[in-house]
Design a protein around this ligand. Structure first.
Ligand code: GLA
Length: 367
């Protein structure tokens, strides 16, 4: 039998391009210095035993995989997809999981778990999956087994992330390019609100449906065939929800293109302004923000040393990504934490972000 091996997959920030990845749009995510780590070992028998530092132990039989509506579904989902799509039969396995990606924080802890498991299975069992397959199957596990109709962004960046680079991805064609992120005197910082009002993807799936319905109202097959002026011209014949959802998708795509240009010129002042516009669109038109997140954004945006900020991820809680001048960071953090605690009686967490590489094998444990 083989010796135990270790693999990691990163969480992500999304610089901009929110709720566009299931609307044929553009996104600009980057992998971060927070990981899920998998230890994998072949064992006797036919069962898979999973051991999570946080959640304890569970066991399942690959010949009969059943959804249990808990953390194990992300792991079972990967086995389920590989069994169905690639007809793979598995030996008995022990999988040990550790993670320092906060859950419900909009940093894509679920994709990191899916991608770390598929990366581990691929290498340990010599399945020879391509990067595209890993992305596709990890997403399929979340869509068809877990039941969240997520887009492709999170699995894509967890597999293909690159140190000190963001990925500019066109989710319609799946063409992508790496964009260097040279922060210089600025820091990327994530403020975790420590609230999560997501309700198991219900609101997320609803937004997805509303955006799809809005496209039908416009008589189009893809958001890529829609121009901002067309939405404005059709306003009176559209439902209010349809108009707002479509406005967000189309304006957000334009902002991603601008943001790529700003990043290429390391213009973090203007990038910050674009983040603020993105937040307003997400809050007012897509309606995926919440009181706590709006408070963080509205407090931060007027602080000396902050060029801009916005909610990241699916929304309804989670985190705010801010661009701050390095030397003012401590002052900004302290001021915001105190204001947030006074307002909601909740501790705010913050993480300074380093942009890291994608999923890979590690020689030893990193967590
Ligand atoms: C979640 C989903 C992604 C994406 C974002 C919103 O993170 O998993 O596919 O839709 O929300 O941009």
């Amino acid at each position: 039998m083989k010796e135990k091996r270790y693999y990691i997959a990163p969480g992500r920030i999304n610089i901009i391009g929110e709720h566009t990845d299931y609307n044929d749009g553009y996104v600009l995510p980057a992998a971060i210095n927070r990981f899920t780590q998998i230890g994998i070992l072949e064992i006797d028998g036919t069962k898979v035993r999973v051991n999570s530092k946080k959640y304890g132990t569970a066991e399942f039989d690959v010949s009969n995989i059943e959804k249990t509506n808990d953390w194990t579904d992300y792991i079972k989902g990967i086995f389920w997809v590989l069994k169905n799509e690639k007809n793979i039969s598995f030996p008995g396995l022990e999988i040990e999981i550790k993670s320092n990606i906060p859950e419900g924080a909009g940093l894509s802890s679920s994709a990191a778990l899916e991608v770390s498991v598929i990366t581990a299975l691929d290498d340990y069992l010599e399945l020879a999956l391509t990067e595209d397959e890993k992305i596709k199957y990890a997403r399929k596990a979340e869509n068809d087994f877990v039941g969240v109709q997520c887009g492709i962004m999170d699995q894509f960046i967890a597999v293909r992330g690159k140190k000190e680079h963001a990925i500019f991805l066109d989710t319609k064609t799946l063409k992508y390019e790496y964009v260097p992120v040279k922060t210089g005197n600025y820091s990327l910082i994530v403020f975790n609100s420590n609230v999560d009002h997501k309700l198991s993807g219900g609101e997320y799936n609803k937004r997805r449906q509303e955006a799809h319905d809005a496209l039908k109202e416009l008589g189009k097959d893809s958001y890529r065939d829609v121009k901002l002026t067309e939405i404005l011209m059709n306003r009176s014949s559209m439902s209010e929800i349809g108009f707002k959802r479509a406005m967000h998708v189309i304006s957000e795509n334009e902002r991603v293109l601008e943001a790529v240009d700003m990043l290429n010129h390391s213009n973090f002042e203007n990038l910050g302004r674009i983040l603020i516009q993105s937040h307003e669109s997400l809050a007012m038109d897509y309606e995926v923000s919440c009181e706590e997140i709006d408070f963080i954004v509205n407090t931060l945006r007027y602080k000396d040393g902050v060029t801009g900020c916005r909610m990241i991820g699916a929304g309804f809680g989670g985190s705010v990504l801010a661009i701050c001048e390095k030397e003012k960071l401590e002052m900004i953090k302290n001021g915001l934490s105190k204001a947030y605690k006074d307002e909601f009686d909740i501790e705010l967490d913050s993480y300074e972000i380093e942009i890291e590489g994608g999923a890979r094998r590690t020689q030893e444990q990193v967590l």
